[in-house]
Every structure is written in structure tokens, then in C-alpha cells.
Design a protein around this ligand. Structure first.
Ligand code: NAD
Length: 254
């Protein structure tokens, strides 16, 4: 049976993961509106604006069934200048607009960095969602804030929330180089193809518990470090690529 076509807002649609998600969603026949600071290609409709502008966010959310919220400062940065406006206030604006505009589902981009402290511990060979979080930087703290907001908005306002702790999709050639040198990084690699397929599964999944929290990576190159079973169970998501398959840049010399 064909999947129902959804109207999807992708925030950060110009970014590394946003491009992959938008491309796959459109290929599957969904309508994609992109939101970001700069115009982007490969979406059906463009809304240029800043997450800190509550009215611009509300206009972008209006009329959408599902929001895939990816726009953020995607790594550690100055808290007051970058993380607070983009990841805290910006996320607050997205959550609030989703409530007011009666969005059915919000996909919230968290990160494997919320379990950095667990990954460094030699006691755990497989990290599960129920192992909790162990944050080691301000960026991770802002992502735990997003996870807590998802919990609260799901239970208080009835929005279906999918919180995804995303693996490492290299944005820059130097990320690709770092991954190429580290087996631990290769184990949490997320290819653009798998990222696109994952977000399509989030949009197309039927009824779910109020909040589901998942890890999303490509297939591990060896030892599994993050438990992919929740993504399989709730979304039917199975990664198809393993590092270096699908990497967005060649491995630079260095
Ligand atoms: N790439 C990864 O390895 C990775 C891993 C874990 C989590 N994530 C998360 O996934 C999401 C997407 O990451 P990415 O790698 O695609 O990052 P990216 O930097 O490539 O894309 C982010 C996009 O968001 C936009 N943006 C940022 N702040 C904005 C604001 N205030 N208003 C409007 N637009 C704004 C940027 O202009 C950019 O186009 C982020 O939430 C990030 O924290 C990424």
C-alpha cells in the first residue's frame, strides 16, 4: 500500500543531514518545505529565517503534518553567542510553534555526544538508550535540553516525538579524515543515504508511543557500540551502508 504523502518542514534543510533527509523525502513523494538562514535547493518550498525569530518559525511550521528539526549549531561552540540562541531558544520556538500549529509529529535531532561519557567507559560494549546520558560539553547539554523538551511536549501537548541521537555524518573533509583514522568513529558513522532513509522512516511510521528515543547510525564496521534495536523496532529502520560506503568526500591526504 503506498505511504500517505506528508507535508514536512525540514529545518536546516541546507545542512549536511537536512539535504539528505529532504532528498529522500521528496523522492518518496512527500512535500518538503525547507527552513534555514540561507536559501536552499532541492525542496518544494523555501522559508528563509532565523530560529531565534519566533514568528518566522511559526510561519514555517504552519500547515505542516510533520517537522524534522535539524537546524542548530551542530557541535560544541560558545554557549552565549551560538548555542543559546540556536539550540536552546531556537528549539523552544520550534516546539512551541508545533504545539500552536497542531503538528502531528516532531523529529528532534539529538546526538551520540549525549553518551560521550559512556562511550569512553570500557565497561559497556553496547550502549542502550536505557543507559542514560553522560554529557561532556555544552553542545551536549543543549541536546539534552531538546530531549527533555520532547518528553514534556509529548506528554503535556500530545505531539508524537521521535528523539534521534544521530551518529557522525561528516560535514567537512577534515571530519572524513578523522573518521578514516579511528575505528571508534567508524562505528558511529552515518552515511547520507542512511540518514535520508532514517528520516523517511520517521515521517512514515504509524502510531508510536508518545516519545521514542533512538540511536541512528550506519552499520558498524565491527563491534556494535550503539543499540540500533529501538530504530528497528519502532521505525523498521535498518541501515544499509558501512564506513566508508556513501561518504560525502574522498578521504583527504593527511
Ligand atoms: N552531522 C553530524 O555528524 C551530526 C551528529 C549528531 C547530531 N547532529 C545534529 O543534526 C542536525 C543537523 O546537523 P548537520 O550536520 O546537518 O549541520 P549543518 O551545519 O550542516 O546544518 C545545520 C543547518 O542549520 C542552519 N541553522 C543553524 N542555526 C540556525 C538558525 N539559528 N536559524 C536558521 N537556520 C540555522 C545552518 O545554516 C545549516 O544550514 C543538528 O541539529 C546537529 O546537532 C549532526
Amino acid at each position: 500500500m503506498p505511504t500517505k504523502q506528508r507535508r514536512v518542514l525540514v529545518t536546516g534543510a541546507r545542512g549536511a543531514i537536512g539535504r539528505a533527509a529532504s532528498k529522500e523525502l521528496r523522492a518518496r513523494g512527500h512535500f518538503v518545505r525547507g527552513f534555514g538562514r540561507n536559501a536552499m535547493d532541492d525542496v518544494d518550498e523555501v522559508h528563509v529565517g532565523n530560529l531565534a525569530d519566533a514568528e518566522a518559525v511559526r510561519e514555517a511550521v504552519r500547515g505542516m503534518d510533520t517537522v524534522v528539526h535539524l537546524a542548530a549549531t551542530p557541535d560544541d561552540a560558545d554557549f552565549m553567542d551560538d548555542l543559546l540562541p540556536n539550540n536552546v531558544i531556537g528549539s523552544y520556538n520550534v516546539f512551541d510553534a508545533c504545539r500552536d500549529e497542531e503538528v502531528d509529529r516532531l523529529v528532534v535531532a539529538s546526538t551520540v555526544q549525549v553518551v560521550s561519557g559512556l562511550r569512553r567507559s570500557s565497561d559497556l560494549s553496547l550502549i542502550r538508550i536505557e543507559d542514560g546520558t553522560a554529557v561532556r560539553n555544552h553542545y551536549g547539554v543543549t541536546k539534552v535540553f531538546g530531549e527533555a523538551m520532547a518528553e514534556m511536549y509529548a506528554h503535556r501537548y500530545g505531539i508524537s516525538m521521535i528523539v534521534v541521537r544521530l551518529g557522525w555524518l561528516p560535514r567537512e573533509p577534515h571530519h572524513t579524515l578523522s573518521i578514516s583514522k579511528s575505528a571508534a568513529s567508524q562505528a558511529i558513522y552515518l552515511s547520507p543515504t542512511d540518514a535520508g532513509r532514517f528520516h523517511a522512516c520517521c515521517v512514515e511510521a504509524g502510531e508510536l508511543p508518545p516519545v521514542v528515543t533512538l540511536f541512528a547510525t550506519s552499520r558498524s564496521n565491527g563491534e556494535t557500540v550503539l543499540d540500533l534495536e529501538p530504530a528497528r523496532k519502532w521505525l523498521g529502520f535498518e541501515p544499509v551502508e558501512t564506513w566508508p560506503e556513501g561518504r560525502p568526500h574522498p578521504v583527504p591526504e593527511g
